[in-house]
Every structure is written in C-alpha cells, then in structure tokens.
Write a protein that binds this ligand. Structure first.
Ligand SMILES: [Zn+2]
Length: 555
C-alpha cells in the first residue's frame, strides 16, 4: 500500500489522531481516548496499533471517527453515515468524499467535479469545517450532480432525470438489487455485502427509480464473471467480443464509444454526437448498421483505433514496428490499460536507472476506487501499475517517470530522531527513483468477528481468507497472480532487472540501507519500510519468482 493508505500505525499515531480529532470538535483529547476505550495505548506508544478498526471504536460519533481516520491519513473514501452530521459539523474532507462519490455514481471524474464546483481549495485544509455554499448553490454542477452529492451526504434529494442516456438498457434499482442478490446467492456470498462492494447500497433508498449509475462493467468490487452474471440476471445482452461488424449491436457500439470517451477524458454523449450516432440509443438491441468505424465523422484516428480495439476489430493502419519482445511481452502490452498520467508523479528519475520492482497491496477492494485514489492530486501518491482482483492491469505512471509509492519520510507521531532516520534511509536507498511500483488490489489484514471477516474500514470482506502468522488476510486471486507474473516478467525483461530477491527475502525488512541501495530485483514494500506490511505474508513469493524465471527462460 502506498504511503498514505497506511494500515500499520503505531499507538502513538492513533493517540495523536484522537487528540487532533478532539481538538477540531472542541473536546478534551483524553476524554475522547477514554470514550474510545484506548487509554491503554499510552503504555506502549511505539508499539504497532492492534486495537479495533477505527469504524468499530466504541463511544465515538461517526463524525469523530471520520476525523480520526483523516488525521491518520487514511483514504478519502469512507462509508457514509446513514444520517448526515449537522451541516455545521461537515468537514471539507466529507464534502470532498461526497463529490467523489457523486462523480463515481455518474461515471464521471471526481477531481473534475470538484473543480467545476469551485471547491478544489478544500484539499488544502481537509479537517476544517466546510464553509462553502450549500449544495444547491454550488456553481458548475448540473441538477443531477447536485442530487448525487446530496445523496452522498445523506441529505434528501429529489431524483433528477439523467442528462444523457446511460450505456445500458433501462432497469429499476429494485431489479439491479435483485440481480446482485441472485449473483451473490449463487456464489454463497452475502447479497448486502456484494451490493456494498459494488457501491450500490444507496439503491435501497428509492427502489422504484430507474437506475442511472455506472454501467455494470464499471461497477467496482465485482469480478468480471460477477458482472457478466449480473447482466445476465438483468436480461441484458451478454457482451462478447464480436468477430465481425455485422454482429455488433448498437448497444455495443454505444458502450465502446463511452469507454473510449472515458479513456480520453471526454463525455460519452459528446463523442457519440460527434460520431453522429446518437440515434443508436433508439434501438439498442438492433444490429449496428452505421458507417464502418474508419468512416465515422468527427473522430480522431486515436479514437477510431481505440474503438476498434474495444470492439475487437482488426486495427488496420500501418503495422507496428517490430520490438524484438517475446510473445509474453507482446501479450502483456495489449493487456495493460493506460489510464494515467497520475498527477502525483515526476517526469524524471533524476538520473537513476530502473533497478527494482516494489510489490504492494492497496488495502482497498476495487481497481476503480484504487485508480481514482492515485489519480486524485489530494492523495499525493501514485504507482506505475495496479493489478485488479480479476487480473486487470491498469497503468497510471509511465515506466520512465518517478511515482510516489515507496518513499520514506517521517510519519505523524514519530520522534524527530526516527523521522530523521527514515529520511536518511530514503536518501541512501532512493526507492522511488530506482523502482517501478505494482499495487495489487487486496484488503490486507482482516478482523474476524463471529464467522465473518471485516476490513480495516469496517466493511465485511467476502471471499477467500487465509490465516498466516496469526492474522487473517484476504487471499490474492489466481487471475491476479497470473497477471502479476506476466507483468513482472515483462518489466524484468524490458528494463533488464534480475529476477531475484534481496538477501533477507522479499518480504523481510532489511535494516542495512546499503544492501538495498545497491540491490537489483524484486521486493515487497515491507522489505524497504519497517512501518509497512504489504504485500503481506499471504502473498505467494515462491510462485511469483518461479513464474517469472520460467517466462524469462531461467528455470
Ligand atoms: Zn505499500
């Protein structure tokens, strides 16, 4: 996990966070610590915090928990309270969260929405009380967007008509809920948990409304198989890659245009208009009978190429120059989806060569949520690659650029001495300048309550769980590991990085700065930083190295 999605915090950091939260709501720090049942933390301030998840702390209000989480620098996306805090107690962070959530529900970009609402300045002081305009008075937002922000804040909102057709057939909230529950049941999962993973619990507030959220394919937290099952349960056409043009439906062309628009930062409807294809929405299930993609008006060559790629059509155009890469590399390059550049990167490596590959887990549940976090300037973190639980690979920073995923500065609550020690180690090892970062979507450690497992955010974690070193962890998936092996093989070959682990092992912290300063190979974030546990003891390092060496012909 990257620096500010930290889970491993010391007792001192939690104490500091509670005091900070107390101060910002005008309360006494020690009282808040007592209410949270955490006074015992002062007995071992430098120890790793092993208490309940922040969400599960007794005696704190939702507002106080949110403030503690923010003070700990935990990710912005937090479960919204069922009822809103009084308007006067809304923090800037909560407003940012609501805007991002609204954007996600509408399939739009959170940062763009924040910018349009003229609220970018909120990121400068996240814990301050929000003092901006009422939601209805925000400039630059449509009625539908304001309604979604209000829903995200738990405020009553009239359901507004969508401004543009969604790239899917119409169905009600209740129908989607039913579909999700059906899919969950068939896999032995809890329906509500799956609904939550997909970010859709808000549907129950207005069950008869027509669903206007993201396309099923864009829902977070669902595997590609689950998405296909949901679509089948909704009676939507199963999307298969069409072998030739006559078998493409209008809906598939619409979907492809929307996907292309998203990839290039545009509105789907705008691109559809430019291509003079808005009439397709009148007969979504009909066979596409418009012009060939190459003959569509108003589209750039790049947009046409993307469209053809998404529709599975032959690319045409000039053949790509031979790269001399092996089949492994050629295969993986087509599989990597470029969704960058993240704003949180530097265009140079300051003269350092690429020598290491650092493995992380995201401490989150979905690729989309993770990508949105790394694309958010406020997070200040970035990584080159994100590998989803379904094996999807997304790239956010070009290899030759420096991402922010493994740097070591002082952490809140640490003594000046430890902080300086970390800075010095960072200067010697230069982890960000010398490495490529790979984040694997995984919640990391889980807490067991009854027969269920919960993430650090307090959400239930469905699926396979492994018990390692006395801790429960969310399992990595087979498709995820297969993609990671493919990706690491490709990067080792491309940058001439040796397929090897550091002397103490890939996951073990090596206190000797000089060893890692000259190390070339693959390692975990936990080997670089003793405040990190990722990718965790449940990650199959043996399988990774065996797979990579086999691909490189070194087995
Ligand atoms: Zn990490």
């Amino acid at each position: 996990m990257a620096d500010t999605t930290r889970l491993s915090v010391t007792n001192q950091q939690v104490i500091n966070a509670i005091y900070k939260a107390a101060k910002s709501v005008g309360r006494n720090g020690w009282d808040l610590l007592s209410r949270a049942g955490l006074t015992s933390l002062v007995r071992d301030r430098q120890g790793l915090y092993r208490g309940p998840d922040i969400e599960a702390l007794p005696g704190l209000t939702a507002q106080e928990k949110a403030l503690v989480r923010e003070a700990l620098g935990l990710p912005a996306e937090v479960p919204q309270p069922e009822t809103p805090p009084p308007a006067a107690l809304l923090t800037n962070q909560q407003m940012i969260n609501a805007i991002y959530k609204a954007a996600a529900a509408l399939g739009k970009d959170g940062w763009d929405l924040l910018r349009r609402a003229d609220l970018v300045h909120l990121v400068r002081d996240r814990q301050a009380t929000y003092e901006g305009p009422a939601v209805d008075a925000l400039p630059g937002l449509s009625a539908a967007e304001k309604a979604q922000v209000k829903i995200a804040l738990g405020l009553p909102a009239e359901v507004s008509p969508p401004e543009e057709p969604t790239p899917s057939g119409e169905f009600t909230h209740q129908q989607l809920i039913n579909a999700i529950y059906k899919v969950a049941k068939s896999a032995g999962l809890n329906g509500w948990s799956l609904l939550r993973a997909a970010g859709l619990t808000y549907l129950v507030r207005d069950r008869q409304a027509v669903y206007r959220g993201p396309a099923i394919d864009d829902l977070p937290g669902l595997s590609s198989v689950q998405k296909a099952q949901v679509k089948a349960a909704l009676g939507l056409a199963e999307e298969t890659v069409p072998p030739s043009i006559p078998q493409i439906t209008n809906q598939q062309v619409i979907n492809a245009i929307y996907q292309t628009a998203r990839a290039t930062g545009q509105q789907g409807w705008t691109l559809l208009s430019r291509a003079k294809l808005t009439h397709l929405v009148q007969d979504r299930q009909g066979a596409y009978q418009g012009p060939a993609i190459d003959d569509l008006p108003g589209l750039s060559d790049d947009e046409k190429t993307r469209l053809k790629e998404i529709l599975g059509l032959p690319a045409g155009g000039p053949p790509k120059p031979a790269t001399g890469e092996t089949e492994v590399a050629a295969g993986i390059e087509g599989k990597i989806k470029w969704q960058g550049p993240s704003p949180n990167q530097e265009p140079t490596r300051y003269g350092h060569p690429i020598e290491m590959i650092v493995m992380h887990y995201t401490a989150s549940g979905s690729t989309a949520g993770t990508v949105s976090w790394f694309m958010n300037p406020a997070s200040k973190v970035s990584v080159h690659y994100v590998v989803g639980r379904d094996g999807e690979i997304v790239q956010l920073v070009k290899d030759e650029c420096r991402a922010h995923h493994a740097g070591q500065g002082p952490l809140p609550g640490q003594s000046e001495e430890i902080g300086e020690r970390r800075r010095k180690r960072n200067r010697i090892i230069q982890p960000n300048s010398r490495s490529l970062g790979i984040e694997m979507v995984n919640w990391g450690p889980l807490q067991k309550r009854g027969d269920k497992y919960y993430t650090w955010m307090g959400s239930e974690c469905p699926g396979e769980v492994v018990l390692k070193n006395g801790t429960y962890w969310q399992a990595y998936t087979d498709s995820q590991l297969a993609s990671v092996i493919q990706l690491v093989s490709h990067l080792c070959r491309k940058h001439n990085i040796p397929a090897q682990y550091p002397p103490l092992g890939p996951g073990t912290f090596d206190p000797d700065d000089k060893t890692l300063a000259t190390f070339k190979g693959i390692l975990g974030h936990s080997a670089l930083d003793n405040q990190k546990r990722d990718p965790g003891p449940h990650f199959d390092w043996d399988r990774l190295l065996a797979g990579v060496r086999e691909n490189l012909g070194q087995s």
